[in-house]
Design a binder for this molecule. Structure first.
Ligand code: GFB
Length: 324
């Protein structure tokens, strides 16, 4: 299959950019079982949006591998309301981290994209070849444009300089270390928080945004981190590669599953004044499956872990337009 390539992580210095976010922290946890040296930089120590200090940091720390998981991320409302942050901050992060990685001769870089790079009405399940075949979903086009630019940067550095930079497109993720901001979070964290609070308040009903009809595919972040490490070791191509779970359900069914895990027994009311976003976003993950990777965590198990993490955090993880 195209893109098969083995890379040995043993003894390698691996820089995880964005190690405090949901994905970056899961990648750090997953890398602990590889025989490599994990490097991270605290935000107070290094502003990754600035290329000069980023280059200096990389020159001083000399990673052979970079996982670019630093991004301004958020759910449908944050994407809609903070277009400058989602476009400019993400472009700045990509330009700085990807170009500086090239300059210091990083051997392999993994760039994290998103399933929202694909057109709003892409053919389902969405194959990688759907990229740039139609207009984007307007609620997240700022983020999508930035992520498409990052993917293109990886392709450009590969074409012009032969750099081994790859791009991975995850489906909707959930799990440990999520952001529980009431307005800016993604749907899994938003509903965990809202249902938990409704349970404590003994509220008879609770609102779920939109009509409940959009379809989403959810992947546990530990599984996604496992896929990232798998792809670092087994994949090299200028084609982005999708990583999904195949677990697709309507927002209404997903909300019911979250309510079940949280133990909220009241009524779910759908607030159609809130945006639905894209109607369906199921990734075609056949290429990563053919390479030999598959997810392991059933949704109910992953949601239980996410809820336990929320309880442990005491809802402290509430970042506005977070850098993940
Ligand atoms: O996760 P989410 O915010 O982002 O929302 P997207 C998914 C769906 O959940 C939408 C519904 O149909 C929302 O209407 N939803 C229901 C809620 N209740 C809530 C709630 O309380 N909060 C939120 N946030 N949604 C994202 C992009 O799109 O996809 C991101 O905005 C990223 O940038 C991610 O790319 C993968 O799935 O619509």
């Amino acid at each position: 299959m195209a893109g098969v390539s083995t890379y040995d992580l043993t003894g390698k210095r691996v820089f995880v950019a964005g190690h405090r976010g949901m994905v970056g922290s899961a990648v750090v946890r997953r890398l602990a079982s590889e025989n490599c040296i994990v490097l991270t930089a605290d935000r107070r120590e290094l502003d990754l949006t600035r290329e000069e200090p980023t280059l200096k940091w990389l020159e001083a720390n000399r990673p052979e591998v970079v996982v670019h998981a630093a991004a301004k991320v958020g759910g449908i409302a944050a994407n809609n309301n903070l277009p400058v942050d989602f476009l400019c901050d993400n472009l700045a992060l990509e330009l700085s981290v990807i170009r500086a990685s090239h300059m210091v001769g990083v051997q392999r870089l993994l760039f994290l994209g998103s399933s929202c790079i694909y057109p709003k009405h892409a053919k389902q399940p969405i194959a990688e070849s759907e990229l740039l075949t139609g207009p984007l979903e307007p609620t997240n086009e700022w983020y999508a444009i930035a992520k498409i630019a990052g993917l293109k940067m990886c392709q450009a550095f590969r074409r012009q300089y032969g750099d081994d930079f790859i791009s991975v497109m995850p489906t909707n993720l959930y799990g440990r270390g999520d952001n529980y901001h009431p307005d800016h979070s993604h749907v899994p964290a938003a509903l965990i928080r809202r249902f938990h609070e409704a349970k404590l308040a003994k509220a008879p009903s609770v609102a779920v945004w939109g009509t409940g009809t959009p379809l989403r595919e959810f992947l546990n972040v530990e599984d996604f981190a496992d896929a990232c490490v798998f792809l670092l070791k087994n994949y090299s191509s200028d084609l982005p590669i999708n990583v999904g779970s195949g677990d697709e359900l309507s927002i209404a069914d997903f909300a019911a599953a979250v309510a079940d895990v949280v133990g909220y027994e009241g009524k779910l009311i759908f607030d159609a004044s809130k945006p639905d976003g894209t109607p369906r976003k199921l990734l075609d993950s056949s290429r990563v499956r053919e390479l030999g990777w598959a997810p392991k965590t059933p949704l109910s198990v992953g949601l239980a872990v996410a809820y336990a993490d929320f309880l442990e955090m005491g809802g402290r993880n509430m970042r506005v337009g977070v850098q993940a």
